[in-house]
Design a protein around this ligand. Structure first.
Ligand code: GDP
Ligand code: MG
Length: 737
């Protein structure tokens, strides 16, 4: 069998850099099954041996609080890599070793890549790696992942560890009398009962019970409910005792001791020299300004405005090109496929439907680039840090900020990983409130909807509108969270400590990779799921078609119009191909005929399955200013929000009868009666808040552990969205917007 080597470490420690250096171009990027956490795999060859390399998601810990942690842990347990290379940021040694210690406690075969030596040196930090290697009993190899320095050496060390047959004894850290005593007692019953020991070391399982690790608990309850109950009893006893004596809980004690252990280790001369004058290095200096109580929020709003301004300004031209391209494609197809169902499917269903979503690729790409820049530089972590204070007022938690941002808090995320990201919240109530409100953020799927409406109705103030949309969604989410936290999910808040990673200058390669991967996801979704739904909706908007009697009636109207003029004039109109200039009578007749065609198209659309649903909903939706076409689009949006755009594209395309009319949807909308900036605003508000897409609902059910919360999301969000949209629309009408 092929040797598998896993790269693990804290986020930003340089794993991906090392991975890229090792594998060159031969890599495969995907997602871990079932979750949207990036999975990179590749091959490394040296001296004729090929080694399979996996880049694990970055984590600070191995407790099952976040998706990344669960994925990394499951990988270690289920795939059993021959060796784990722990990439450690030498300029931040103590914090990084927290994870290293946990690997050692798990008994994972380990080699440490001591990375970023150059940065450490600049900060006046010098590390005795031999000492570290002896203390941990694992090889410690200096690397500079950015330039590939040390990659051969670390791989040689890894291969050496992989070949070693000797059993590895897990590292034992002392957690103080109370916990150590309990651990021993627990270990004993774990070993005698063979409880989960086929996969994990006994002491480690005991630790996870004390940390109340949900994943291990549920595994344990399944395997042997009796032993599990006994361990849970012991945990409760220790917990109560610690609560009484120290007013704290086991997890906190465990974390304290782990850090204490590392601290002691480092003091034994692992860090040889630290230049104290340089303690307040660049990051701290920048943070004095950037996270300042008064300047911080101003800078934050400025950064967001800058991002939106940049995105809309520079995407306008390429978005226009794509629009022209799809318009040209539609026309070209129309001339090559005879009028009929096939032409309608290709032009109205596929090109004007899914093509409308693809048209926004340049905008999406620039937005992702901007977000990658904020993320890679370390700024996003500051945003979470600053908003923590605000979030507490609303019964949420600093970690909720990250879940919001992942869901599209800045624009262009996805609520599915966002809902999963709430696992970092330890309090169930805060977690529930976060995962129920995260879908209000502006995910990448809502973005084309906003972009379309902004282009059609607010072209002058694009960035300001986008900022407003962002603020509305955050404010709405926070208010709903507050509502939930003071009614159905009442309860205390948990304390929150957050460390800020240092600022880093993002690399061009890193930005390019991040941007492209996310853009590609968008394109793939548009080309598969959205395309499929577009076709289904096209069919629903096309069938059953008009009854013969009505068809005949429109035919008669046409005949009557032609009969009213002379033969020459009808012939002039029939042979008209858009080039010649028509006589006045002919032009009249043409307009009359186009009017009949468009009434027929509208009647057919109204009579279709989707049209009937949309028309039925109009009775209610008119309060918010949505006509039946918009209703169809919004119902389609329940499957995925991009579908709102593709469905509007198809609906208006099916009604476009004049081949000379523009195909650009934003232009069509701005000219259609019934549409107005106010109606667009109402639709934007509804889109922000109404039911999450199908996949998100499934995720909410899974993460909250109850289908009721999924149902709640659909019903509550849609109702709230409608009330808000209708209020805005009605007030707008009254004040004459
Ligand atoms: P990951 O999150 O662990 O995958 O980290 P990345 O590989 O994306 O690296 C994070 C940042 O650190 C990038 O900007 C890298 O260019 C940079 N980086 C990685 N290794 C080194 C190094 O050894 N020295 C320096 N100066 N920068 C590095
Ligand atoms: Mg990475």
């Amino acid at each position: 069998m092929e040797t598998t080597v896993a790269l693990a470490g804290n986020p930003n420690s340089g794993k991906t850099c090392l991975f890229n250096e090792l594998t060159g171009a031969r890599q495969h990027v995907g997602n871990y099954p079932g979750v949207t956490v990036e999975k990179k795999e590749g091959k490394y060859s040296r001296n004729g041996h090929t080694i399979h390399i996996v880049d694990l998601p970055g984590t600070y810990s191995l407790t099952a609080y976040s998706v990344e942690e669960v994925v990394a842990r499951d990988f270690l347990v289920n795939e059993r890599p021959a060796v784990v290379i722990d990439v450690v940021d030498a300029s931040n040694l103590e914090r990084n070793l927290y994870l290293t210690v946990q690997f050692l406690e798990m008994g994972v075969p380990l080699a440490v890549a001591l990375n970023m030596g150059d940065v450490a040196k600049k900060r006046g930090i010098e590390i005795d790696r031999e000492k570290l290697s002896i203390l941990f009993g694992v090889p410690v190899i200096p690397t500079i992942a950015r330039s590939g320095k040390g990659k051969e050496e670390i791989m040689d060390a890894a291969v050496r560890i992989a070949r070693e047959e000797k059993p590895r004894t897990p590292l034992i850290v002392s957690y103080g009398d109370d916990i150590d005593g309990a651990l021993l007692e627990m270990e004993e019953s774990i070993i005698t009962n063979g409880f989960l020991t086929e996969t994990y070391p006994a002491r480690w399982i005991a630790l996870k019970y004390l940390e109340m690790d949900e994943q291990i608990l549920s595994k344990g309850q399944k395997q042997n409910p009796d032993v599990s109950a006994k361990l849970e009893d012991l945990t409760r006893r220790v917990s109560d005792h610690l609560q009484k004596t120290l007013n704290t809980y086991p997890e906190a004690i465990i974390a304290d001791h782990r850090f204490g252990y590392i601290n002691a280790l480092v003091r034994q001369g692992v860090i040889k020299f630290r230049d104290h004058h340089d303690r307040l290095y660049a990051s701290d200096k920048i943070d004095k300004v950037v996270t300042n109580r008064f300047l911080g929020p101003i800078i934050m709003v400025g950064v967001l405005m800058g991002l939106y301004h940049f995105t809309f300004t520079y995407s306008a031209v390429p978005v226009g090109w794509l629009e022209s391209f799809f318009g040209w494609l539609g026309d070209a197809v129309s001339t090559h496929i005879p009028a009929g169902l096939l032409q309608s499917l290709v032009v109205s269903g596929i090109i004007d439907g899914a093509g409308g979503v693809l048209g926004f690729v340049p905008l999406i790409m620039l937005m992702f680039l901007g977000i990658a820049l904020l993320e890679d530089s370390g700024y996003l972590a500051r945003v979470a840090f600053m908003l923590d204070r605000v979030f507490r007022v609303f019964g949420l938690h600093g970690s909720s900020v990250m879940a919001y941002i992942v869901s599209g808090g800045i624009a262009g995320g996805c609520a599915v990983p966002g809902v999963m990201a709430t696992r970092t919240l330890k309090s169930r109530r805060e977690r529930l409130a976060t995962l129920l409100t995260a879908p209000f953020m502006n995910c990448g799927a809502k973005l084309p909807v906003f972009a379309l409406l902004i282009a059609a109705f607010f072209a002058e103030n694009e960035a300001v509108m986008m900022l407003m949309i962002t603020l509305i969604s955050w404010l709405g989410a926070l208010l709903v969270a507050k509502l939930l936290r003071s009614t159905v999910i009442k309860g205390e808040s948990m304390p929150f400590v957050m460390e800020l990673p240092p600022y880093r200058l993002p690399t061009f390669k890193g930005l390019a990779i991040h941007t492209w991967e996310r853009t590609w996801q968008y394109i793939k979704k548009a080309g598969t799921v959205i395309l499929g739904i577009s076709i289904v909706l096209w069919a629903m908007m096309t069938f059953p078609g008009l009854p013969d009697s009505q068809l005949l009636e429109f035919e008669n109207q046409r005949a009557a119009a032609k009969a009213a003029v002379s033969m020459e004039i009808s012939r002039e109109v029939e042979s008209y191909e858009g080039k010649a200039v028509l006589s006045r009578e002919a032009s009249n007749l043409r307009n009359q005929l186009l009017g009949i065609d468009s009434r027929e198209a509208e009647a057919a659309l109204r009579n279709s399955t989707a049209g009937r649903i949309g028309t039925a909903l109009e009775r209610v939706s008119k309060w918010a200013g949505f006509d039946w076409r918009t209703n169809i689009a919004l119902v389609g949006g329940l499957a995925a929000k991009e579908v709102v755009v593709s469905t509007l594209g198809t609906a208006y395309s099916l009604g476009t009868v004049d081949p000379e009319e523009s195909r650009a949807l934003s232009e069509i909308l701005s000219k259609t009666p019934g549409w107005s900036p106010l109606a667009a605003l109402s639709l934007i508000i509804f889109t922000i808040f109404y039911a999450p897409c199908f996949v998100t609902v499934v995720m909410i059910v899974r993460e909250s552990g109850s289908w009721k919360w999924g149902m709640f999301s659909i019903a509550f969000n849609t109702l709230a969205a409608f009330i808000l949209a209708a209020a805005v629309y009605q007030v707008g009408l009254v004040i004459g917007l």
